[in-house]
Design a protein around this ligand. Structure first.
Ligand SMILES: [Zn+2]
Length: 248
């Protein structure tokens, strides 16, 4: 095949597994896929060192502020499962159902076409949406039950006094919960995907409010500071013990 022909046919050629995976999913997506909890700031507890407060930032790539581990999607999976790069790429492609050319080799300077990238993004969006919809419907149905109970408990007993605050809040929240459930159960798919794209933060906030979960009280920076202090205290403790032992 001549170079020209090759170029003309480029969009019909599937990428090799490395290219497919690198362009198709982010480090954050693979981390979440393999059970690592990533918070709304894109931070997670680092799986590569003993981490109790999230010090790893995940996005397209990952970086740990604690142990300085960093890399791309494939590096992440390779290190997480202690497998080779190729094995990691094959695992990601299988788990994310990504199309690739099994005989393809990575070609420098010839990444995926915009059409391929778009197709992967749509595929990923649909997958994310389906997962989100299932979880959110179950959360919202739980919220509906909680709010019905709460509204009943706080129901006004006397028509001459104003509505108790708890009643108004529970009643309003329940109306909103009902509205979202209705959309997710009956609205056209496009409307549902729009809800996922634009309202999922508001829906999560509603669910948090109903369940009495507030915003995280301390920031990542404060958590890191806290962790540094803890480590320092442990080190000082160890030093003191050594001194005591030396004194005996
Ligand atoms: Zn780390």
């Amino acid at each position: 095949m001549s170079f020209l022909n090759h170029k003309n046919n480029q969009e019909h050629i599937l990428p090799d597994v490395f290219t497919a995976v690198k362009h198709g999913v982010t480090a954050r997506q693979v981390a979440e896929m393999y059970g690592i909890e990533v918070n709304s700031h894109g931070m997670a507890c680092c799986p590569f060192h003993d981490d109790t407060h999230p010090s790893m930032k995940l996005d397209e790539r990952y970086y740990c502020f604690g142990c300085h581990a960093s890399g791309d999607t494939i590096d992440f999976v390779s290190n997480l499962f202690r497998i080779g790069k190729r094995e990691a790429a094959l695992k990601i492609a299988a788990d994310f159902h990504m199309p690739y050319d099994p005989k393809g080799r990575p070609r420098r300077g010839q990444p995926v076409t915009p059409e391929q990238k778009k197709e992967w993004e749509i595929r990923q969006l649909q997958k994310d949406f389906r997962e989100w919809r299932g979880k959110v419907l179950s959360d919202l149905n739980g919220d509906y039950r909680i709010l019905t109970e709460r509204a009943e408990q706080n129901a006004p007993t006397d028509r001459n006094t104003p509505f108790p605050q708890g009643f108004v809040q529970a009643y309003n929240d329940r109306t909103l919960v009902e509205f979202y459930i209705g959309l997710l159960e009956t609205a056209p798919l496009e409307t549902q995907i729009n809800l996922y794209l634009h309202d999922r933060v508001a829906i999560a906030a509603l669910d948090d409010r109903v369940n009495g979960r507030g915003q995280p009280r301390i920031s990542v920076r404060e958590k890191l500071e806290e962790k540094k202090n803890l480590l320092k205290a442990q080190r000082d403790g160890a030093v003191n013990q050594q001194k005591q032992r030396a004194a005996i």
